[in-house]
Design a protein around this ligand. Sequence first.
Ligand SMILES: Nc1ncnc2c1ncn2[C@@H]1O[C@H](COP(=O)(O)OP(=O)(O)O)[C@@H](O)[C@H]1O
Ligand SMILES: Cc1ncc(COP(=O)(O)O)c(N)n1
Length: 236
Amino acid sequence: MSVIVSVVAENTFRVIDMQDIEPEIIEKQIDAIFEDIDTDAVKIGMLSQSTSMKAVAHKLREYGPQNIVIDPVMIAKNGCPLMQPDSMDTLIEEILPLADLLTPNIPEAERITGLSIQTSEDMEHAAEKIAKMGAKAVLVKGGHAKGEALDILFNGEHFTYFSEERINTKNTHGTGCTYSSAIASNLALGLDLEEAVKRAKDYVTTAIRHSLPIGKGCGPTHHFYNLYQNGLQREY
Ligand SMILES: Nc1ncnc2c1ncn2[C@@H]1O[C@H](COP(=O)(O)OP(=O)(O)O)[C@@H](O)[C@H]1O
Ligand SMILES: Cc1ncc(COP(=O)(O)O)c(N)n1
């Protein structure tokens, strides 16, 4: 079930424009979901401005769903901004504390904490600091680093490292969105946080390894690679 918070005119290489949905309509879309069908997990991606953040936060506090995974999207892979800079305070005050898991990439973790992140120790410090700011658990993703594709999970008590080899491709559009959605889906299935992240990391790595070389910019990850391998036809 989806709630549309913004309509974005974008392709693999640029964001042309966007139009945010009115906060009242965002809230009513959330009502439409929670008054009807049980919700086992929530995944939140791009929230471009404060009013959208406040609408989402208000309704999540009202309904109090479990397993809230928040990807604090700020800038697209192609460099185009997706969050207004003046909404950073609202992100930190209203959205971050709702997260059972916050999944910043390195530039996002730097913006949220004000820390510079160069090493795995820096990633740990940032994760700890974000947990102190109110997120229950934090996964700092290393897609933007060099070398191995290392992500570090802090569950409020200890760190778990998830590492895969870096795949040499520019087609990584939507890696973070794919990853956080897969984690939320695994939590909805009842897996514990570490196992949910481990399986999602396997999934996103496969999706990147078989990403699609389409479009003029960063092509998308292949969400259905394993399904196709297991018998569905692939025609493209
Ligand atoms: N080239 C790559 N090879 C392997 N894994 C990658 C690559 N790029 C990103 N990842 C992984 O994809 C996931 C999403 O991370 P990241 O790209 O940092 O997020 P975002 O899309 O939010 O910027 C992480 O598990 C990261 O380690
Ligand atoms: C609507 C929307 N949400 C999120 C992203 C980030 O994804 P990426 O960093 O891979 O460009 C995006 N480009 N567009």
